[in-house]
Design a protein around this ligand. Structure first.
Ligand code: SAM
Length: 233
């Protein structure tokens, strides 16, 4: 038996270290740990969720695929119900960037023990990258995936320093050879352009300050796109 993951979760699954005991925080259906165990990539996982309903769905998946005993369940906020000695890696996927940051902030052992973290934010990406940078984490790798018309990112993060990210890199991550990178940058360029248009009529010191900051981001994104195109030739 096998679970065919959609591209977003497959991207996150690919970043999970082989052989790791995985904590999947905000597991919902537990598709991520179940697919990885069925594939033989990981031996065991903890499926954790804040709410009973999603955890019931996780339980149903585990039963359906005959994985009883290979997945433990935790009803808890973030990583609060998980001990550092129980897991070798943690995934937090399908949540807002600020929620992910607050979950990590409440579990300083993830940094102290240098636990590989697979983070798949759905929003607030500049805030998440900024928080990681300011709190002793290093983004080792970033991947992209497309489902329908939507692009998603996933980060492999470890404890440690990283060279400071530029304002544009906080928004879109570092340049990489990912085939979706050009499209990803185009979307951020368009999005920041629309945001700047929305601010065009604004007055006052604060709006001016925000506009300048966003202009700097957009210029950086355009430069990254040009550099990326050169690398593709
Ligand atoms: C959109 S689902 C994502 C499910 C799966 N991880 C994925 O990426 O497809 C988000 C899940 O996170 C759970 N969640 C939200 N905040 C949480 C928190 N602080 N701690 C644990 N789970 C949380 C929700 O209950 C929900 O089941």
């Amino acid at each position: 038996m096998k679970i065919e993951l959609m591209p977003r979760l497959r991207m996150a699954a690919d970043l999970v270290p082989a052989g790791a005991r995985l904590a999947d925080v905000g597991t919902d259906h537990a598709y991520l740990p179940a697919a990885l165990i069925l594939k033989g990539k990981i031996p065991w996982a903890i499926a954790a969720d804040l709410r009973r309903g999603p955890l019931d769905r996780a339980w149903a998946t585990v039963r359906e695929y005959g994985l009883t005993g290979k997945v433990a369940f935790r009803l808890c906020d973030g990583l609060t119900g998980i001990r550092p000695d129980e897991v070798d890696a943690a995934a937090i996927a399908g949540m807002g960037g600020e929620t992910i940051a607050s979950i990590l902030s409440a579990a300083p052992w993830t940094r102290e023990e240098d636990v590989p973290l697979i983070l798949q934010p759905m929003s607030s990406m500049p805030e998440l990258r900024g928080w990681l940078q300011a709190n002793g984490f290093s983004i080792q790798e970033e991947r992209l995936a497309k489902e329908g018309d939507t692009l998603y990112t996933a980060l492999l993060v470890r404890a440690g320093e990283m060279p400071p990210l530029s304002p544009a890199e906080l928004w879109a991550g570092k340049n990489s050879g990912d085939p979706l990178r050009g499209e990803w940058l185009d979307r951020w360029i368009a999005r920041t352009g629309r945001a700047l248009e929305g601010m065009a009529q604004g007055r006052g010191e604060e709006v001016l300050h925000r506009r300048r900051a966003l202009e700097e981001v957009r210029e950086g994104l355009i430069k990254m796109k040009e550099e990326w195109e050169v690398c593709q030739k």
